[in-house]
Design a protein around this ligand. Structure first.
Ligand SMILES: NC(=O)C1=CN([C@@H]2O[C@H](COP(=O)(O)OP(=O)(O)OC[C@H]3O[C@@H](n4cnc5c(N)ncnc54)[C@H](OP(=O)(O)O)[C@@H]3O)[C@@H](O)[C@H]2O)C=CC1
Ligand SMILES: O=C(O)[C@@H]1CCC=N1
Length: 272
């Protein structure tokens, strides 16, 4: 794998920013010294500074020193950040990547320069261990920059290029999705405790069962129902449990939750 040779600023090193930083270093895409992590309260980044990461409270200085700038603050924090970094932004030098939900490439340019190349990326927290599902979209970035950004995210998981108008849908399905599947695993383990296992063993069993189910789809490239048909013996216990879950709205509640998350993702940012 070709290591990146420039500098990457991650502005807003909270949950997703730090997950990205850890993943890029773990994958060997960049060394800690090539990353500059910012947040207002840098005392919270002390452990990263000790590991050799660049740490700064000055966003403009981080941008001035970087080739790739990752915007990883909350949507409602973005306008103030863009104002701070505008004097240090040089469109011919930096490519901007925004992971902020509900903020378009055009919104970002409207707070910066019209010629600034902006690529939106929607990763999830599994990026810290190289298992993200990251969707990538742009409306103006050069093909070579899109390829570099895809290469970067491919080192830490799977990448799908999408149209920008599907970005809020990607947020709900893939980024929020991590929490949805985790809650399903937690619920399964709670069921396991009710039927006789200790909490720790129930959780371990539920996690491995979920991983195996996901891997069946990934490795066999089959459809979930095809694999479900192999589990549900006639008059058996699986179909009894599965149908009970469906009578209680299992699929329906997941679908409704994803639709609501997508709506909310599209409404998180206020332009002014
Ligand atoms: N969490 C997730 O799974 C995902 C989140 N996203 C998106 O990523 C973005 C961040 O989300 P998340 O990581 O959950 O949120 P966090 O609140 O964990 O992280 C945001 C960070 O930004 C810092 N921050 C706020 N203002 C500034 C500023 N002016 N300059 C520098 N740093 C600043 C905050 O630290 P401090 O207060 O110290 O400044 C905080 O650590 C959001 O836009 C979200 O939509 C996208 C995909 C997945
Ligand atoms: O909950 C949120 O708003 C962010 C966006 C996707 C995941 N976390």
């Amino acid at each position: 794998m070709k290591q990146f040779t420039g500098k990457i600023a991650i502005l807003g090193s909270g949950n997703i920013g730090l997950s990205l930083a850890k993943g890029l270093v773990k994958a060997g895409y960049a060394k800690p010294e090539q990353l500059i992590l910012t947040r207002r309260n840098i005392a919270n980044l002390a452990e990263f500074a000790a590991l050799g990461y660049g740490v700064d409270a000055d966003n403009a200085a981080a941008v001035a020193a970087s080739d790739i700038v990752v915007l990883a603050v909350l949507p409602q924090q973005l306008n103030q950040l863009m104002e701070q970094i505008k004097p240090a932004t040089v469109p011919a030098k930096q490519v901007f990547i925004s992971v902020a939900s509900g903020v378009s490439c055009a919104d970002i340019r409207s707070k910066s320069y019209p010629e600034l190349e902006v690529i939106r990326a929607m990763p999830n927290t599994a990026i810290a261990i190289g298992q993200s599902m990251t969707c990538v979209a742009t409306d103006n970035a050069a093909a070579e920059h899109v390829e570099e950004v895809c290469r970067m995210f491919e080192t830490v998981g799977a990448v799908v290029k999408i149209n920008e108008d599907l970005m809020t849908a990607a947020t709900a399905l893939c980024a929020c999705g991590t929490a949805f599947f985790l809650r399903a695993i937690r619920a399964a383990s709670q069921g396991g405790v009710e039927i006789g296992f200790h909490a720790d063993e129930a959780l371990k069993m539920a996690v491995q069962t979920a991983k195996g189910a996901a891997d069946l789809l990934l490795q066999m490239k089959s459809h979930p129902e095809q694999e479900i048909d192999k589990v549900t013996s006639p008059k058996g216990c699986t179909i009894a449990g599965l149908n009970e879950m469906e009578h209680n709205g299992f699929s329906s509640s997941l679908i409704k939750g994803i639709k609501l998350s997508a709506l909310k993702a599209g409404a998180l940012y206020t332009k002014e």
